[in-house]
Design a binder for this molecule. Sequence first.
Ligand code: ADP
Ligand code: TZD
Ligand code: MG
Length: 591
Amino acid sequence: MAVTTAEPEISTRVAPAPEALTDGFHLLIDALKLNGVETIYNVPGIPITDLGRYAQAQGLRVLSFRHEQHAGYAAAAAGFLTKKPGVCMTVSAPGFLNGLTALAHATTNCWPMILISGSSEREIVDLQRGDYEEMDQLAIARPHAKAAYRILHAEDIGLGVARAMRAALTGRPGGVYLDVPGQLLGQVMDAAEGARSLIEVVDPNPASVPSPEAISRALEVLGSAKKPLIILGKGAAHAQADDAVRELVETLGFPYLPMSMAKGLLPDTHPQCSSAARSLVLKESDCVFLIGARLNWLLGHGQGKAWGEKGSKKFVQIDIEPSEMDSNQKISAPLIGDVGSVARALLKEIGGRWEKPSADWTGAVRAKVEANVAKMAPRLKNNNSPMDYQGSLGVIKDLIAENPDVVLVNEGANALDQCRSIVDIHKPRKRLDVGTWGIMGIGMGSAVAAAVETGNQVLAVEGDSAFGFCGMEIETVCRYDLPVCTVIMNNNGIYRGDGENWAGGKDPSTTVFVKGARYDKMIEAFGGVGVTVDNPDALRRAIKEAFASRKPTLINAVIAEDAGKESGNIGNLNPSSVVAQQRYPQARKIK
Ligand code: ADP
Ligand code: TZD
Ligand code: MG
């Protein structure tokens, strides 16, 4: 028996007119719709199969995936792209755990997302009597989410959804878990009363502006810098304050570095973009202005050789999250607020009076950028077969420049690092990748979300290993006939395809896959277009064809086995073994 403190009055009456009733299923759907949810990324099963069906019947777009992790990654990416919580729906225990990885990923990346999971009977779960898919999901979700709630009564659904919406969006965005016991869905209540119980959240993401003192302090620090640098992070891209950010960057006149998912916030071809002089600007700058970017591992915590002399820099930071300040380095001028409001407040205070940094600095940076770009250019034009990363990604660089609205999804190690540095992005939020955790497997979920949320063509550039984490979702891409072109950078393995088993046995090396695998055959099984290419010209033709047709396409791009290096650009993060260097002569060759 359900233990409900306020048994809905209606249930004691005899045969109420069904049209005067609503139930948990429909209240949940209505609450989501009322709060602007249009799409649910879903995997059906007990107890939420009908919830998905009814949601579809009620006009929501419900996309079913083959595995919850990818439905979850789609919801996370949707949250980043739209600034509204992406919603993922799963079954209990195992489905919930599969989705939880994605919820934790959204939280880690500061993106709004809601994971709704069905759960088993509370009375049985709490006494650990061994229910179908028994698990105390709420307790497990809590440490991995920004917030976690459970709804027990139909009349609380409005409240629960409002709590989830607000928690996902307010302040630093994050992932919220909403636990929906199966019994809740079937509870009935009076329809009019049900409608009254729903809450549309008002202003869940309020503008927040720092004090005038904080603004003047920041301008003082920025104005006294000789060699200033801006770092734009994905928080700035997510903020959707593109015009204000651009105006601020151009008014200040500092060289800037975009973090990977901030690429395109200003075009990578912008004269102030200093990506191609990254080492120089990190080392030499005397003041770094972080805009929606954290000084975490991706920036070496703001210290070490890459950052030049210790203590040589001041930091100014815009972030919505006060506790981010001083998390790695002293922040001389914290600007706590949302990127758009802070940028506009800075511009207002500047009021057209700003002295840009000297040409000694900006000119030196520009010269370095131009020299490095010129050095790289011929390598990007090579027509080697099998391909290397430069030749293949040179083609993709051209095609993205010609089609700047294409959303680029990117994962892998070399396939990621090389693509990030070679392929320019020209518009905001047109690049989705592995994010703060460097997760493999975000590719297909992100691609589905990008296609669904933007309607644009998507190009997913995937390492062959990375694709393996999510490859079955190629069926999802085909089923919904999405304009997704997936390029598998197929080097027969993780980092490289030429690893050996050092014991000399029959098993391949731990980092090597089946040689010459034909990933293009996979998509053909689901009615999509599959192509294998082994040279840049053929790759160009195949991608152009995919863009023109907008058909689900998978291009198996044959990359030389020895083209990559161990762990891409982050091999330094691998622990090293003194013993191995002596014991295995082959270990010395790993690079
Ligand atoms: P990157 O990996 O690109 O450097 P991070 O994910 O490390 O970016 O940092 C993003 C930061 O942006 C987070 O600290 C987050 O709190 C912040 N942020 C997110 N949205 C906003 C916003 N609208 N305004 C200000 N800061 C934001
Ligand atoms: N598992 C998860 C979920 N995330 C990870 N980042 C890893 C494992 C470890 N890992 C990387 O960091 S990159 C990578 C793995 C398995 C695959 C690299 O191989 P690839 O790319 O084929 O995708 P390249 O082009 O061969 O380097
Ligand atoms: Mg590979």
